[in-house]
Ligand binder design. Structure first.
Ligand SMILES: Cc1cc2nc3c(=O)[nH]c(=O)nc-3n(C[C@H](O)[C@H](O)[C@H](O)COP(=O)(O)O)c2cc1C
Length: 248
C-alpha cells in the first residue's frame, strides 16, 4: 500500500510550470485525434427515450431553498421515480447545455468530461429493473451489458451499505481517464477527481428539487463494481456512486 505522504502529492498542483513550458508529453500536441466524448454502443443495443429538457415540468424551484435543504438522504419512501424526474437528474449531472458535447450542465476541466454514467434502476415508472447507461449526446438510456443482476449485487459492491437496497436508482460514475490525459497528461487525474464531485453535487440538488434524496457513495469495492458494470478497470473504472430515492 502507498504511504499517506506519497498519496498527498496527488492532491497538489505541481505540474503547471511544465505544462506552460510545453514539457509534458500530451497526445493533443502530437496531433493525435481527440477521444470520443462518449463511449459507443452497438447497433443492436436497446435505446430508451428520456423526457427532453424542453419539456421538463419539474425543477422550477428556488435555488436557495434547494441548497439549504440538501442533505445526504438514506431513508427512502419506496415511491417510484418518474421518468421525467430521472431525466432531469441525468440532464443536471451530465446533460448538454447546448449542442456541443464539451459544454454540459456540470463543469469539467478543459471540457473533457471524462465520465460515463451507469444506473442500476430498481424503481422508475416504465423501466425494467436492471443496468443502464446514460448517453448524454442523445439524451437517451442504453440497456447496459454489465452483469449486475439485482440490487443485491449493487449493495454487495457498496460493502453492503444498507440504504443501497432501498434506493430507486444507483448512479455509478466511471472515469475514462484518456479523455482527460489526451490534453492534461499527468495533471489529468487530479482534474478527474475534482470533476466528478460536480456531477454528484448536481445530483444532490436535482434530487432535492423533485422531492427525492441522494447519498454519495465513496465506499465501494473497486473490483466488484467494475465487474458488475462490465468495464476493464484500467481504461474505464468506477470512481464514485450515489443512491437516489423519493422522500415523499
Ligand atoms: C466523497 C464522498 C463520499 C461519501 N461516501 C459515503 C458512503 O460511502 N456512505 C455514506 O453513507 N455516505 C457517504 N457520503 C455522505 C457523507 O457521509 C455526508 O455527506 C456527510 O455525512 C455530511 O452529511 P450531509 O451530506 O447531509 O451534509 C459521502 C460523501 C462524500 C462527499
Amino acid at each position: 500500500m502507498k504511504d499517506i505522504n506519497s498519496n498527498r502529492e496527488f492532491l497538489k498542483s505541481l505540474y503547471w510550470d511544465r505544462w506552460d513550458a510545453n514539457e509534458l508529453e500530451k497526445d493533443q500536441d502530437k496531433g493525435i485525434a481527440q477521444p470520443a466524448p462518449q463511449k459507443p454502443y452497438a447497433d443492436g443495443d436497446k435505446l430508451i427515450d428520456l423526457i427532453s429538457p424542453d419539456d421538463f415540468t419539474v425543477g422550477e424551484v428556488f435555488l436557495k431553498d434547494v441548497i439549504k435543504k440538501r442533505r445526504s438522504r438514506r431513508k427512502y419512501s419506496g415511491q417510484p421515480l418518474s421518468l421525467e424526474e430521472l431525466s432531469f437528474m441525468l440532464w443536471s449531472t451530465q446533460g448538454l447545455s447546448g449542442d456541443k458535447p464539451n459544454l454540459r450542465n456540470a463543469p469539467s476541466a478543459g471540457g473533457r468530461h471524462p465520465f460515463e454514467t451507469y444506473l442500476y434502476i430498481s424503481n422508475v415508472i416504465g423501466l425494467e429493473p436492471g443496468l443502464y447507461r446514460y448517453l448524454p449526446l442523445e439524451h437517451k438510456l442504453v440497456v447496459s451489458h454489465g452483469c449486475a443482476e439485482s440490487i443485491e449485487d449493487m449493495s454487495a459492491a457498496c460493502h453492503n451499505q444498507k440504504f443501497v437496497k432501498n434506493s430507486a436508482v444507483v448512479f455509478i460514475w466511471t472515469a475514462v481517464p484518456y479523455r482527460a490525459e489526451w490534453r492534461y497528461s499527468i495533471i489529468a487525474h487530479k482534474m478527474i477527481a475534482i470533476d466528478v464531485g460536480h456531477l454528484c453535487q448536481n445530483l444532490y440538488l436535482a434530487s432535492e428539487a423533485v422531492g427525492a434524496g441522494t447519498c454519495a457513495i465513496g465506499k465501494y469495492d473497486q473490483g466488484k463494481m467494475d465487474a458488475l458494470l462490465g468495464v476493464d478497470g484500467s481504461d474505464e473504472f468506477a470512481i464514485y456512486a450515489a443512491t437516489v430515492g423519493k422522500m415523499e
